[in-house]
Write a protein that binds this ligand. Structure first.
Ligand code: SF4
Length: 399
């Protein structure tokens, strides 16, 4: 039986369109998938002309006849495996999609209907991940309406589990295939580990956030060891040399007091410096990071006072940990880096708390709206920037 898993709040998402204070149709280059591009090229009349005028053809391919774009792309992909740039809308001077009108509505939606939006416009902010027996979906924190749903108090992570046989590879693959059986075993192992992580985060457990984070960190070290033992079993010779240096599991024994190490000025200075070296998409993010760096001693001094002020909303940090782990942990099946996925969830959640403390220091309070904007800004700058995520990955694995 195949399945589709998604958070309970997923079905409640509806783009708030003109009410959104930060439309996803600005600042980002919006790609157009081949099928939609072909359709746009055939739209007649004034609107068709406007469409074509505002679409950028992939560089070096001005000879391409638009109507056979998909065919040519397939030929090129066969000839040359290098990545091929995708067509996209040409942004206006103020970095908006040229079809985002002054009322904050989409002219393509209005003229051609929702079914003719580019895939990315239809799906955003939803994300998907495919497994051997099913699919997972979720909503991304970079969208303010999605952030509102993610931050809601939901208690123990709740997911809908919908039967969906189309997603079951058992229908197409040989059930005796050993590689496939091994992959299934690994997937199941990771799913079980993720459930244990959710079990640590769940609100019913009587531990504060720092204690939960410590448990999650210890689990990260242990799970990475367990995973490596299955994926990369060590031979007798390796075992002997391990004995010489205290043994492989010595790493787990040495799991440091993670929360204490994080809430330390030196570490936070280096983390903020690191974020400043990444690609910055919004100048406000850069300014905020500079302010954080300057005010770190006071942020650290006043954290306990802040936690008291925010005690009725501390569940938001649990919601964030659940979000980051749900979204990123299972990607470890592609790069074997379980540890860094968990540490990313911890650091991201805590960094959002730092931004919260600073906001509270400045304005004496945090409204739901500011919290949503802070989460959205972090997600856009870090989580939704592929290059930044690559750098973060390297950083997490070494910290
Ligand atoms: S950011 Fe979210 S709510 Fe705002 S326009 Fe985009 S999808 Fe809609």
């Amino acid at each position: 039986m195949g399945y589709l898993r998604r958070p309970n709040y997923y079905k409640n998402f509806k783009c708030i369109s003109s009410k959104c204070t930060d439309s996803c149709c600005q600042e980002w280059e919006i790609d157009i998938d081949d099928e939609t591009l072909q359709f746009y090229m055939q739209v007649e009349g004034e609107f068709g002309d406007r469409l074509r005028k505002n679409i950028k053809v992939p560089s070096g391919r001005s000879d391409i006849e638009w109507k056979s774009e998909k065919l040519k792309r397939e030929e090129l992909e066969d000839e040359d495996s290098e990545e091929i740039e995708t067509a996209h809308f040409i942004q206006t001077k103020d970095e908006r999609c040229p079809f985002l009108n002054n009322c904050g509505l989409c002219d393509i939606f209005i003229h051609l209907g929702e079914e003719h939006l580019s895939q990315i416009c239809t799906h955003h902010p939803r994300f998907y991940d495919w497994f051997l027996k099913g699919e997972e979906a979720g909503l991304g924190l970079c969208c303010e309406e999605a952030a509102r749903l993610i931050l809601q108090k939901s208690g123990y992570p709740k997911f809908e589990f919908i039967e969906d046989d189309e997603n079951d590879t058992n229908n197409i693959a040989n059930p005796e295939d050993e590689d496939l059986l091994f992959q299934k075993e690994i997937e199941q192992m990771l799913f079980d580990m993720r459930d244990k992580l959710f079990g640590i985060i769940k609100p019913e457990i009587d531990m504060n956030q720092d204690e939960k984070m410590q448990k999650l960190y210890e689990a990260a070290v242990r799970f990475q060891d367990e995973y490596d033992d299955v994926m990369f079993p060590i031979c007798d010779d390796d075992l002997k040399s391990e004995e010489g240096n205290g043994g492989k599991n010595a790493v787990s024994m040495k799991a440091p007091k993670w929360s204490a190490q994080f809430w330390n000025q030196e570490f936070l200075e280096s983390l903020t410096e690191f974020y400043l070296t990444l690609e910055i998409n919004d100048e406000n993010w850069w300014k905020l990071l500079c302010d954080i760096r300057k005010n770190l001693p006071e942020i650290l001094n006043r954290r306990n006072e802040f936690l008291k002020y925010y005690e009725n909303n501390l569940f938001e940090y649990e919601q964030l940990m659940i979000y980051f782990i749900y979204r990123h942990f299972m990607k470890a099946r592609n790069d074997d880096a379980l540890f860094e996925k968990i540490v990313f969830a911890l650091i991201s959640t805590n960094f959002i708390q730092i931004l919260n403390i600073y906001e509270w220091m400045l304005n004496g309070r945090i409204t739901q709206k500011t919290q949503i904007n802070i989460c959205k800004l972090y997600s856009k700058e870090i989580e939704y920037d592929e290059e930044n995520m690559e750098q973060v990955s390297l950083y997490m694995s070494s910290n």
